[in-house]
Write a protein that binds this ligand. Structure first.
Ligand code: MLT
Ligand code: MN
Ligand code: ZN
Length: 302
């Protein structure tokens, strides 16, 4: 199974259009040893021909432009067999609008995400005026599912503690199904990826799921809980918006030590995060822990 990282950044991308933080300014000036990054999305395939795109970012057109596997092989078409969403946040769903020129779009989400994309951010109705969407419900009871037209890949959703988007009526009272992690398994090799770009808490169930995965591709949004406050770019803590920071007691670095035999990779990295600077102490610390930082174009093979 091949997993292509289409976009490794959190919402806003890196550099973010309106941001002049140390990282964004340094990247623009060419003084920071870092790569630009587009917004959070991955593509998965076992035959290299038909791909499941997990999360459709606002950067999806540029991402397709640099991914030959997703480009048309006939007069009109695409290597994208379907889109699967882990949540209904803008950085994961707005890209659906950019696929409107295509055929009817097979879309897999939970019932709650469908409801947010019908009401607060009504893009499913909008798309009805263009390509139309064939919606498939992702169950959150542990049942696995397959995507029509994609052979050899099995998925399973696990409800996570994180946050639905600000336009969701459940923003302050999240329910199971607002955010999911996906276990994506190659049916031949039985090797699996656990993908959770928004993850605020690792409870016992999530821990069990992570323990069974060969590769963990998880929330790398913030280094510290108060990162945006400390840098003067925002008022919210990581924990308030549904992300577990890397540092601090019970932080991601500490938790990932529980899975020493898995390949461990951070994704959905915010532009303020010091790990983006490849010469930073923070990046060195991650390397010593054996934790990788996803980049656009990175490929994982399972
Ligand atoms: C998040 O991951 O917290 C959201 O995508 C933030 C955003 O709306 O950009
Ligand atoms: Mn996000
Ligand atoms: Zn910035």
């Amino acid at each position: 199974m091949r997993v292509k990282i289409l976009g490794s950044s959190a919402g806003g991308g890196f550099p973010q259009w309106n941001c002049n933080c140390r990282n964004c300014a340094g990247l623009r000036a060419g003084t920071l040893h870092a790569r630009p990054r587009s917004q959070s999305s991955i593509a998965v395939s076992s035959d290299g021909k038909r791909w499941i795109v997990c999360n459709a970012s606002p950067d999806i057109l540029a991402q397709i432009r640099c991914t030959p596997e997703l480009q048309p092989t006939q007069l009109r078409g695409s290597g994208i067999a379907a889109v699967v969403l882990t949540d209904g946040q803008i950085d994961h769903a707005a890209g659906l609008l950019l696929l409107r020129e295509g055929e009817r779009l097979p879309l897999y989400t939970t019932e709650l995400v469908r409801s947010d994309l019908t009401e607060g951010f009504p893009i499913l109705g909008l798309l009805g005026h263009f390509c139309g969407v064939d919606w498939h419900c992702i169950a959150i009871d542990g049942r696995s599912f397959r995507v029509d037209g994609v052979v050899g890949v099995e998925l399973e959703a696990l409800p996570l503690v994180s946050k639905p988007a600000p336009f969701s009526p459940r923003r302050d009272a999240p329910q199971p199904g607002d955010n999911i992690g996906l276990t994506i398994r190659d049916q031949d090799s039985r090797r699996s990826l656990f993908y959770a770009p928004g993850l605020a808490e690792i409870g016992e169930k999530v821990r069990g799921e992570m323990a069974g995965a060969d590769c963990l591709l998880v929330d790398g949004t913030f280094w510290t809980d108060d990162e945006m406050i400390r840098q003067g770019v925002g008022r919210k803590r990581a924990s308030e918006i549904g992300h577990l920071p890397q540092t601090g007691p019970g932080g991601m670095i500490e938790r990932l030590r529980e899975f020493p035999s898995a390949r461990r990779v951070l994704i959905h990295i915010n532009n303020t995060n010091p790990i983006l600077d490849e010469d930073s102490e923070e990046r060195l610390l991650l390397e010593r822990e054996g934790i990788e930082v996803a980049f656009d174009g990175m490929e994982l093979v399972l």
